[in-house]
Every structure is written in C-alpha cells, then in structure tokens.
Design a binder for this molecule. Structure first.
Ligand code: GCO
Length: 436
C-alpha cells in the first residue's frame, strides 16, 4: 500500500468490520429464526437461495478470527450482536448461550488488545417481531430498547463504542420500497413507517444505553453520492431527491431533528401520525457519527410516480458488485457531513471496501483502499475531525441477496472447508499498520 500508519494523526484508529448474520452461522447456538431466513427461503430473493445457516462458522471459529484481526495490527473490531441470538423470540426468554458468546467475544478482543466496537442491529430481525409488522410497527422502538438493555447489560461495560443500528436506509428503503432485502416489501406506506421507526428505535436505544451509564455512542449511516446523469433541471432535481431519501433524511433526523422537504413531498402522507413529536428522541445527542461509503450513483428523471427517478449506468471503473469506484465522493461526504450536520463531532468511516473476484492476489482491493485513504486524508487536511477508518470486511461472507459469490474479505474463506487464507490486501494492510 502507498499509505502507512504514520501518515495519519497519532491517535487515528484503524479497524475492520463484520456483522452477525453474515459470518456467525445463525442456525447454530440457539438463535431464533429471522426475517432473513424466510426471505432467503423464498425463490428468487437470494442468489442460489443461500442463507446464513453456517456462513463462516464464526460462532465456533471466532478465536481464530480474532487472531487474524490482532495479527494484522488493527486497533478496533466492529462487530454486531444478533437480536435473535440473544432473544430468539425477539422479546421474553433470553438465550444464555447467545449472551455468553458475545461475552467471550468481548473478552477475546480485550485479551488481544483490540477495542470492541459494537453495532446492535445489522438486519437480522427476529421472525416473531416480523410477524407483528417488524419495522412498520411503532412498538419496535420499545422492543429494541429492551434488547439494548439486555445485551448491553451484559457486555456494555467493556465496549469502546456502540451504535444501535447499521444503515437505516437499508433497513427501511432498500427492504420496504425496493424489496431487495428482507422483508422484501414494495410499499410506500410501509417504507415511510420503517424510515421513521428505525430512527425512533435508534433514539430509544441511545437513551437506554445512557441509562446504563454508557458513553461513546454513535449512529452509522450509509451514504451514496447522487450525481445528475445529465444537465437537465429534471435530472438535477431527481439527484437531489435521491440524496434526500438516501442520505439527508437519516442524517437530518438525527442531527437536525427534521426531514428534508423534497422527501416529505412524497412521503409525508404515509408517515405515522404526529411523527414530528418523536424528534426529541430521534435527535438524542450522540458522541460520534459513522459513515459507510462504497460508491456513487448517476440519477435521472423518469415519468413514473414519485420519486420519479432512476439510476443510470456510469462510466467509472467498477467493482465485482458493479459499483463505480469514486473516492472523491468520500472526501465530499466527509466535508459536507461535518459542515452541515455534525460540526466538531468525531466522524469515523465505519465501512469502506470492495468486492473482488480475486481470491488471493487482490491488487484491485489494495488500490481501492489506498484511493479511499487518500480521499479521507484530503478531508482531514480540510479540518474534518475524522478519528478512524474501518475496512469492510475481515472475511468473505454472506453478501445478503447476492449470497456467497461476492467477496469483500481481506481474508478468503473457502465455503466448503471454511478454511481462512489471508489475501494480498491483508498482508498489505498489515505492513501499512506496522510501518512508521
Ligand atoms: C452494508 C452492510 C454490509 C454489506 C456491505 C457490502 O453496508 O450494506 O453493512 O452488510 O455487506 O456494505 O454491501
């Protein structure tokens, strides 16, 4: 890699990220069923109808995986806790084996000198709660606050940082409007409710953790830069609306206690009654902001009903996902987020990385990471308070609707033998982190 640790501020943190359902092996250890299990079992939703039953078998192999994190020289590990592993029914009886697992994981990190950075929800909603309407049901905010107290009551004393929910846009829009993720709905009323309730649940969870005396709590957003596909005013408006729905709605709720006007134009009639009254909870103060960044989109107008926009193929080089590589947009996002939303609050890039079909000599990934670290430095030079950077992901894993084919790992996983083999990018990062 071009970069080395000493190119960054002294206390800058480097980490690597994963999530529960994508690696643990969810059919094991007493976890309950989730909406991903039934979504994946429905033909046509997931490539090869693959699911997270075994995934990387991290549940049984986590010591080995923690050794890999330590060996690479990472300072932090961003993992997530599965709601259904801790509470198989979503509420009520606790699965002690689930709590014990996260306890051992936490201690395993601390023994290796790695900071535990937890996310409470990375998309595996317990099926019994999905049966009650899931994110469409306002009660989910209370259910999630209860889950927060149970899991953080056990491991919260040892966390370096915690964020309640990974990527509210994916939980709501991608899953209830696009139908691409569980529960696979395509319904604007369900979407509006999920968008609002996911933020309400975030706020309730923050309040619950404050009640436990915890600090260093944040919120994690995925951002996608929207570029008009042509010079027309219509496409410009379409790109601004895409930006509103994808980025500004969630940042605005948490940091400005308001939703953008262009999004409300289409969504207001579908939001739950008295939604404005929830902003005190949604905007509960946080200690840092996490941004997940992968790509940008070219957007143009279409005559379909609201939001009347469509994505257009762009000309930039693409990853295995077909996503354009645009590191400059990461700088622009970091600068804009600080200027317009978060001010002096520390920002972390909580996910960045690429899928590549290269299973060993993944030079494309090394280049991608280098380019995005340069973009991050550009924002640092402009005074943006960025405190850390996390690579997605440690291991090749279950890439949701795309199954096991798309490989994001620094470490290759053979899904037949579950053997882990560090790729060239793993070795490159290891040298970069070791060199001063
Ligand atoms: C996300 C999630 C991850 C994905 C990754 C690649 O950002 O969507 O946090 O679960 O695997 O982003 O798509």
């Amino acid at each position: 890699m071009k970069h080395k640790r000493s190119d960054f501020p002294q206390d800058f943190l480097f980490g690597v990220a994963t999530s529960a359902y994508q690696i643990e092996g969810h059919a094991q250890g007493g976890a309950g069923k989730t909406h991903w299990d039934s979504f994946a079992a429905t033909p046509g939703n997931v490539v090869n109808a693959e699911n997270g039953d075994l995934a990387c078998d991290h549940l049984n192999r986590f010591e080995q995986d923690l050794d890999l994190i330590q060996d690479a020289g990472f300072d932090c590990y961003r993992f997530s806790t599965s709601w259904a592993r801790v509470l198989p029914e979503g509420r009520g009886a606790v699965n002690q084996a689930g709590l014990d697992f996260y306890d051992r994981l936490t201690d395993g990190l601390l023994e290796r000198g790695i900071r535990p950075c937890a996310t409470l929800y990375h998309w595996e909603l317990p099926s019994p709660l999905a049966d009650l309407g899931g994110w469409r049901n306002r009660d989910i905010a209370g259910w999630f606050a209860d889950f927060t107290e149970i899991i953080m009551g056990r491991i919260g004393d040892r966390m370096f940082s915690v964020a309640p929910i990974n990527e509210p846009w994916c939980v709501s829009w991608l899953s209830h409007f696009d139908g691409h993720h569980a529960p696979g709905l395509r319904d604007i009323r369900a979407t509006a409710r999920a968008m609002h309730h996911v933020l309400l649940a975030h706020g309730r969870s923050i309040e619950a953790m404050r009640g436990l005396g915890m600090s260093n709590l944040g919120a994690v957003f995925n951002l996608e830069w929207a570029e008009p596909a042509d010079d027309s005013a219509q496409s410009e408006n379409a790109a601004a609306l895409y930006d509103g729905i994808y980025n500004r709605f969630f940042l605005g709720g948490v940091f400005k206690k308001s939703y953008p006007e262009n999004v409300l134009d289409g969504l207001a009639p579908h939001l739950p009654a008295d939604w404005e009254d929830d902003f005190e909870t949604i905007g509960a103060p946080v200690d840092w902001c996490g941004l997940n960044y992968y790509t940008r989109k070219l957007i143009s107008h279409t005559d379909a009903p609201w939001p009347s926009l469509k994505e257009v193929q762009g000309p930039l080089p693409k990853t295995q996902m077909g996503w354009e590589i645009d590191p400059d947009a990461l700088s622009r996002f970091l600068i804009r987020t600080a200027r317009e939303y978060t001010g002096e609050l520390p920002i972390f890039v909580t996910e960045n990385g690429m899928a590549s079909s290269e299973r060993q000599q993944d030079n494309d990934r090394i280049d991608y990471l280098d380019l995005h670290l340069s973009a991050l430095q550009e924002a640092l030079n402009q005074g943006v308070p960025i405190n850390g950077y996390f690579v997605w992901s440690l291991l090749d894993n279950y890439e949701w609707a795309l199954g096991y084919e798309k490989r994001f790992g620094l470490v290759d996983v053979d899904f037949k033998t579950l053997k882990r083999t560090p790729k060239a990018s793993y070795h490159a990062i290891k040298s970069a982190l070791a060199s001063i």
